[in-house]
Design a binder for this molecule. Structure first.
Ligand code: 7TS
Length: 428
């Protein structure tokens, strides 16, 4: 772990360093993901490079979901019957697994949501509504995903407050100087992406949190793209909130996490009303449940939470430090490969990056690139990646984006480069 990486909030100091994954490890890991062995278009092996959209699931996750539905299915926190208790135990064990994974202090600081989007909307509609008033300012970076912009715009519109963008440099890094200058007595919240989905930049969020706290300002971290790539330690970061999505970290879709400091969750009003979030209801007076249940109205995605618990246990079994180290090597390899290609322009050349390669080509639009790659069995995403202000910042309508995970290989990056030569041949 480099000194620079430390300021990103990656865990690593407390644990002895473990070696990165070797090629043999990755070959074994790939056996855990049946879908990676798919053949497309008349026998071409799938090269799945769209992990920022959603990762693949290992068999352990699918099995955990199956096991729940086939053998333990019941509603939670309700019945005294055995099945309901077993389901409740499994759901709460998953919460504890997530707590351990992000190193929260208390299990109750983990709220299950539908995903990052819902986690951020929850914060905006509860914490945000109690904190943001007329004339106040919320700082968000220019590289945010729409789900860390629009909920703040909606809140600010309602409250007569405003969202102020933190500028991004040409390399795709947050300008820390400009960030520091944006603070004033009206600044009430910072919301920042840990790892950029569109550029791969790993932001120095720990440093940014320190700066915000020095001004008495709480920080929300969008961890949708970091949880599967870096060891995350919310206590070390000292973030006020951390949001992530199960499906971007090998878990099921429809389940996500909101970590919040206990003092905030305690003080926040509920998000939605209904069953499970109350202790008692009468027409005279309703008493809310304690956190995290206060924020989990209605029957949750029980199977999803159990699958997410299995996903974090799977990631832990490989080790987040070895994953991060392996991915850093993949990032270096891919960067050299693509930067050396004529006619390919990498967007996002930050010093500290996750294995996300966003690029434009002089000869073809991102969509046309995506189509040629698809014919070769290579899955990438094209377009604005739900980061239109960032595309505007780089004066481009969109990019083609190859986003890798720990089960991707150098050979797959070679296949990408080879296919890009075909794009050039197709659009001379
Ligand atoms: N925040 C970031 C940084 C993201 O990358 C995404 C999804 C979200 C929030 C929203 O996550 P959700 O699970 O609630 O939908 N990003 C992408 C992407 O880059 N391509 O497809 C989805």
């Amino acid at each position: 772990m480099t000194a620079e990486a430390d300021s990103t909030g990656a865990r690593g100091q407390a644990n002895p360093p473990r070696p990165p994954l070797a090629e043999g490890d990755v070959a074994r890991i790939r056996q855990d993901f049946p879908l990676l062995h798919t053949e497309l278009r008349g026998g071409k092996p799938l090269v799945y490079l769209d992990n920022a959209s959603t990762t693949q699931r290992p068999r352990a996750v699918v099995d955990a979901v199956d096991e729940y539905y086939l053998h333990h299915n019941a509603n939670i926190h309700r019945g005294v019957h055995q099945l309901s208790q077993a389901a409740t135990d499994a759901y709460e064990r998953a919460r504890e697994a997530v707590r351990r994974f992000v190193n929260a202090q208390l299990t109750g600081e983990i709220v299950f949501t539908r995903g990052t989007t819902e986690s951020i909307n929850l914060i905006a509609q509860t914490f945000g509504r109690t904190r943001i008033g007329p004339g106040d300012e919320v700082l968000v970076s220019e590289m945010e995903h729409h789900s860390n912009i629009v909920p703040w715009q909606m809140l600010c519109q309602e409250r007569g407050a405003r969202v102020r963008p933190i500028p991004v440099t040409d390399a795709g890094e947050i300008s820390l100087e400009e960030y520091g200058r944006l603070f004033n007595e009206k600044t009430k919240l910072v919301a920042v992406i840990h790892v950029s989905n569109a550029l791969g930049t790993v932001n120095p969020v720990k440093h940014m949190i320190d700066t915000a706290h020095a001004h008495g300002v709480p920080v929300v971290v969008d961890g949708a793209q970091s949880a599967a790539h870096l060891p995350v330690d919310v206590q070390d970061l000292d973030c006020d909130f951390y949001a992530c999505s199960g499906h971007k970290m090998c878990g099921p879709t429809g389940i996500g996490v909101l970590y919040g400091k206990a003092e905030h969750l305690e003080a926040m009003p509920p998000y939605q009303g209904g069953g499970d979030m109350i202790l008692s209801v009468s027409f005279g007076k309703t008493v809310y449940n304690t956190f995290p249940h206060k924020f989990e109205a209605g029957t949750p995605d029980i199977a999803g939470a159990i699958g997410l618990g299995a996903a974090v246990e799977y990631l832990e079994s490989i080790g987040m430090e070895p994953i991060a180290a392996y991915e850093r090597a993949l990032t270096r390899y891919g960067t050299q490969l693509l930067a050396s290609m004529d006619g390919v322009r990498l967007i996002g050349t930050a010093h500290d990056k996750a294995p996300v390669f966003s690029f434009c080509m002089a000869c073809a639009s991102p969509d046309a690139i995506g189509q040629v790659l698809d014919e070769e069995g290579i899955a990438v995403r094209t377009g604005h990646h739900c980061a239109q202000p960032l595309m505007e910042r780089f004066h481009i309508p969109g990019t083609a984006r190859a986003s890798l995970a720990f089960y991707n290989t150098r050979q797959e990056l070679d296949a990408l480069a080879e296919a890009l030569n075909r794009v050039k041949a197709a659009f001379p």
